[in-house]
Design a protein around this ligand. Structure first.
Ligand SMILES: [Zn+2]
Length: 466
């Protein structure tokens, strides 16, 4: 029997410290592979608690692994801490107002995620000591979830090779243990080089790289009809070749993101997108160069671990909220679009989720991607979602940033820490649970083996800014 009270006490005793870490990471709001302060802060907190920390894990500057204990089982807790560009927003206000014009913001709540996972790792570590439990707890400091596939690089570096099970969570507007499949994805830059000239005086001498990008996008938009319905194709023009219409654009670049249920499907669609890029170069008389950016695998669910987490979640219980917290959440909801309000109406006007959703063993499918996918191919991986914001808050929004250091977010991270810690301890005390999760993992992979979507030359890279 686990003493949930002891686990809770360990976390509650460190509540102020954890909240301070959360709020600081919110303020650092560092984007992919540039999370130097956030990663240093989390690593220092682990060292203070007696973890051995390997920095620059897998040769990635902002990745680290904090470890406590020895031998098997080895349980990994995944913590993220990267922000999104362009989402700067003041905290605690219910109106869109940038803190720093054009700055970054924690629009996916990864400051809360990383700190909640830290709470879990610390609780497990002290509980292990108090109860003389053998095994190893590892906190994986995972950079660059947002478009950088940090975990795919960490998996490639072998950092998960000996792990028995991994647990993680995500800040959300509901409480649930969930095991959806998600999409594999990759991002590739297509850069076109043409010939610059006066667009009116000598257009026949020019070859437009911007034409190539436009032709490529037209081709890709025609491709959409002929790929599987669950696939997704997105692009962003990262260089339109300048600001002068009277100069033929000598350089232009577009970043493509391809998603599909399976890694091989992503590869096949990427091949066709590459053909379109070559065609666009031929049509426009330009040169095309490809540069791989990032990729992550599809997410493999593990019902054994999600059931375990649901059970522990139910025992720990959901949070309750004060009238002030409900008022602020209502003020946030008042800023939703009519489309976003549909979710609130469907939830009977729910303001803050103070219940745990019923658990369903039916596998679900989400049209989203995460680099947790790569970890989930290597080891059984369980995940929960915990209330940290008003019901209906869209992810990657200013509203999410505005609530990132609210008392609701603080309650959420402490709660997530407790549930993950209880689930990990349960596994340490009942090794048969890990065996069951591993057997299911094998079954879920259906005989397939993990092959990273990352090409050999792919390197972790920060956001490219013009
Ligand atoms: Zn996220």
């Amino acid at each position: 029997m686990i003493s949930l009270q002891s686990l809770s006490d360990i976390i509650e005793q460190r509540k102020n410290r954890l909240i301070d870490i959360n709020d600081k990471i919110w303020g650092y709001c560092e984007t992919r592979y540039e999370e130097y302060q956030s990663s240093a802060l989390l690593a220092a907190a682990l060292e203070e608690e007696g973890f051995q920390v390997a920095k620059c894990a897998g040769g990635i500057a902002t990745a680290f692994v904090g470890s406590y204990g020895s031998g098997k089982p080895i349980i990994g807790i995944l913590g993220e801490f990267d922000a999104l560009s362009g989402l700067s927003q003041k905290a605690g206000v219910s109106a869109k107002e940038a803190l720093v014009e054009g700055g970054n913001g924690h629009g996916c709540g990864h400051n809360v995620l990383g700190t909640g996972s830290l709470a879990a790792a610390i609780a497990i570590r002290h509980y292990m000591e108090q109860n003389h439990l053998s095994g190893t707890i590892r906190f994986y400091g995972c950079p660059a979830e947002e478009g950088g596939s940090g975990k795919a690089h960490m998996v490639k570096a072998g950092l998960f090779d000996d792990v028995d099970a991994a647990l993680t969570w995500h800040p959300w507007d509901e409480n649930l243990a969930y095991h959806a499949r998600m999409l594999a994805t990759c991002q590739v830059y297509f850069k076109f080089k043409g010939t610059s000239t006066h667009a009116s005086f000598s257009p026949h001498l020019g070859r437009s790289a911007l034409d190539a990008v436009e032709l490529m996008n037209v081709g890709a938009n025609y491709l959409r009809e002929h790929i599987i319905p669950d696939a997704r194709l997105h692009y962003a023009i990262t260089n339109a070749g300048g600001f002068s219409p009277n100069v033929v654009q000598a350089e232009a670049e577009v970043l493509y993101k391809i998603r599909a249920p399976k890694v091989q499907q992503v590869r096949d669609i990427l091949d066709r997108v590459c053909d379109i890029a070559r065609g666009a170069a031929l049509m426009s008389g330009t040169q095309m160069e490809m540069q791989f950016d990032s990729a992550s695998a599809d997410l493999i669910p593990n019902i054994t671990l999600s059931s375990l987490m649901h059970e522990q979640f139910t025992k720990v219980g959901a949070e309750t909220y004060t009238p002030e917290e409900l008022d602020f959440a209502r003020a946030i909801q008042a800023t939703y679009s009519s489309e976003e309000m549909k979710r609130v109406h469907a939830g009977n006007g729910k303001v803050l989720s103070d219940k745990i959703n019923p658990y369903s063993v039916e596998p679900d499918f989400l049209h989203a991607s995460t680099d947790v996918g790569d970890v989930s191919w290597m080891v059984p991986t369980g995940q929960i979602y915990v209330t940290t914001c008003a019901y209906g808050t869209p992810v990657h929004s200013w509203q999410m940033v505005a609530q990132g250091k609210s008392s609701v977010a603080h309650k959420g991270l402490l709660l997530a820490g407790k549930v993950m810690a209880a689930s990990a301890i349960e596994m340490m005390q009942n090794p048969e649970l890990i065996e069951k999760a591993k057997a299911e993992h094998k079954q879920q992979l259906e005989g397939e083996v993990y092959v990273s979507l990352l090409p050999a030359e792919a390197k972790p890279a920060p956001i490219r800014r013009a």
